[in-house]
Design a protein around this ligand. Structure first.
Ligand code: CO
Length: 188
């Protein structure tokens, strides 16, 4: 499948609001191929030369509905620096991911969120949980995994899993007060 900025489903298309269905395991060849293509998109999108040559918008994640397939498949690549200044890369090819618990504490990205399916800017605090536990089958590790995510990774996972419900990041922005201060929230 050709995945680029022209073929990705935008929010002007009602399909982006469609709910995604769980996928059966073991993965069919078709589902596995799609998930690998989604992952490759994310990987290539952050390579400036490939992005330029292939019309890719840089992304940290993409879900299957964004290429028009309503299945619970998502690919995520998040780079983070830990407390000891060490670079860590979180890479996942997730099948049927589910949030099994979320913190009461909230978090949001100070600069707001973006999405491959959204071309206009939507400024404001996208308020989410600061920590989430996600269970999924991960094709990279080829097994069921539990992800205990905090900070940026937690935000990215919630953003991607929202796509399964047809929810977009700006749905979480308070229309009456987009930059509302949230008490006790972690600002990332
Ligand atoms: Co998105």
């Amino acid at each position: 499948m050709l995945i680029n900025n022209d073929t990705i489903v935008k929010d002007s298309d009602p399909k982006i609001r469609q709910k995604s269905k769980p996928v059966s395991l073991p993965l069919s060849k078709e589902d596995e191929t799609l998930l690998r293509e989604l992952f490759q998109y994310v990987k290539d999108s952050t390579d400036p030369e490939l992005a330029e040559a292939n019309n890719l918008r840089p992304a940290v994640g993409i879900s299957a509905i964004q290429v028009g397939v309503p299945k619970q498949l998502t690919a995520v690549i998040v780079h983070e620096v830990d407390n000891e200044e060490k670079e860590i890369t979180h890479e996942y090819m997730l099948v049927n991911p589910k949030i099994v618990s979320s913190s009461v504490q909230k978090a949001y990205l100070n600069s707001g969120e973006g999405c491959l399916s959204v071309q206009e800017e939507h400024e404001g605090h996208v308020v989410r949980s600061a920590r989430v536990t996600v269970k999924a089958f991960d094709l990279i590790q080829n097994k069921e995994i539990t992800i205990r995510a905090r900070g940026y990774l937690a935000i990215v996972l919630q953003h991607e899993l929202d796509h399964f419900k047809g929810v977009l990041f700006y749905d979480h922005i308070n229309p009456n007060n987009p930059f509302e201060e949230i008490e006790g929230a972690l600002v990332i």
